[in-house]
Design a protein around this ligand. Structure first.
Ligand SMILES: Cc1cc2nc3c(=O)[nH]c(=O)nc-3n(C[C@H](O)[C@H](O)[C@H](O)COP(=O)(O)OP(=O)(O)OC[C@H]3O[C@@H](n4cnc5c(N)ncnc54)[C@H](O)[C@@H]3O)c2cc1C
Length: 341
């Protein structure tokens, strides 16, 4: 009999399956083929720039997982891991006031982020608009390409002995890692949070004209630009409490206008894709990790919301540990499913 059945072949399920197989367990992954969030995801590993007021415990988990990313990426091969860092950029003085308020909070947590003048930002990224008023540099906020990550995890899991199938069978332990599909399987409050996102391509072959992840505030609109080495730029993303997958003209307009306000050259780039994905959101924006109360042998690893890519390494390590030893690591305590009982 299978020791562990993992439901969901997104980054979270595959990484857990891989880690469990590496510990000698017999593992199968079951996936029903619906589109997961990872296909839309930008792949920013942003524990610092995404540290928000009141989310200190979540930030601690993000920081710990980001530390594990270099070794995790090295084990997997080419997953598009880039460590050029992230620039926070503000267009107007109001935008700068908003960015500065968050930066001061992040710095108060001793996170690595430094204020920068417009000239310092443009020294790092000459393609930034001369209109920008200032911002910051977060050297430890990196990126990967989720469209390379998921296939790499799949290959690593299969090489470690994991079976991937669409049919469920009894197993010693079931790990529910089905993203937005987890609510129906567990009754936990995981809801889809729609994100519309664009993919552009630089007109000339080779990398785009900038290398840092750029997180921008442009006339109160929030936008990010994630440059891939191969020439792609991901521009995102809306945050909407909607379940449909429609791409709206208004969202495309807002994202492109904000992006071009910060990096004017991107108006010349080719628009190659516009799509909507759904983040698996939770009421407190933190993931749900641990044994499911009242369901012996069921463990949950879901609700990673905006952070599932950055949280993949630590989720896999902690859940594989739990499955192997039967005892949750203390780091899991704040994220227990029981907090929603
Ligand atoms: C627009 C957008 C941008 C994002 N940007 C980032 C980012 O920059 N950085 C970051 O860290 N995160 C980002 N995210 C969030 C990230 O994509 C998710 O947190 C992450 O993909 C969650 O991983 P997962 O494996 O839990 O779920 P998913 O990636 O959604 O995968 C779930 C899998 O479960 C399967 N499944 C579902 N229900 C069932 C079922 N009943 N039976 C069998 N299989 C099932 C699906 O087919 C799918 O393969 C972004 C998300 C979106 C939408």
């Amino acid at each position: 009999m299978t020791d562990v059945e993992v439901v969901g072949a997104g980054p979270i399920g595959l990484a857990i399956a891989w880690r469990c197989a590496q510990r000698g367990m017999r593992v199968r992954v079951v996936d029903d083929g619906r589109a997961g969030a990872a296909h839309a995801a930008a792949g920013m590993l942003s524990p610092v720039a995404e540290a928000y007021f009141g989310e200190e415990v979540l930030t601690g988990l993000l920081v710990e997982s980001a530390k594990r990313w270099p070794a995790f990426a090295a084990e997997l091969g080419d997953v598009g891991y880039r460590d050029d860092g992230t620039l926070v950029v503000a267009l107007t003085s109001d935008d700068l006031a908003e960015a500065d308020r968050l930066r001061a909070y992040q710095a108060s947590l001793k996170l690595p982020i430094t204020a920068m003048r417009p000239s310092e930002l443009r020294d790092r990224e000459p393609r930034l608009s001369p209109r920008i008023r200032g911002g910051a540099f977060a050297p430890g906020d990196h990126q990967v390409d989720p469209r390379k990550l998921v296939p790499a995890l799949r290959r690593a899991a299969v090489a470690a002995g994991v079976t991937i199938t669409d049919e469920r069978e009894p197993a010693g332990v079931t790990v529910v890692a089905a993203g937005c599909g987890s609510a129906a399987l567990t009754g936990l409050p995981v809801r889809p949070v729609k994100g519309q996102v664009l993919r552009l391509r630089a007109p000339d072959p080779g990398p785009p004209g900038f290398r840092h992840v750029i997180r921008g505030y442009a006339d109160s609109r929030h936008v990010y630009l994630v440059p891939r080495a191969g020439g792609e730029v991901v521009v995102g993303a809306t945050v909407e409490e909607l379940t449909d997958s429609v791409v709206t003209a208004g969202a495309v307009l807002d994202l492109l206008r904000a992006a071009a306000d910060l990096v004017p050259d991107i108006a010349e780039y080719h628009l190659v894709e516009a799509l909507a994905g759904h983040r698996p959101g939770t009421p407190d924006n933190a993931p749900i990790l641990g044994p499911l109360d009242g369901r012996a042998g069921v463990v949950v690893a879901t609700g990673h919301h905006r952070h599932g890519i950055v949280l993949t390494p630590i989720t896999a390590d902690l859940i594989a540990d739990l499955v192997e030893k039967g005892v949750p690591d203390p780091m899991l305590a704040p994220f227990t499913p029981a907090r929603f009982a």
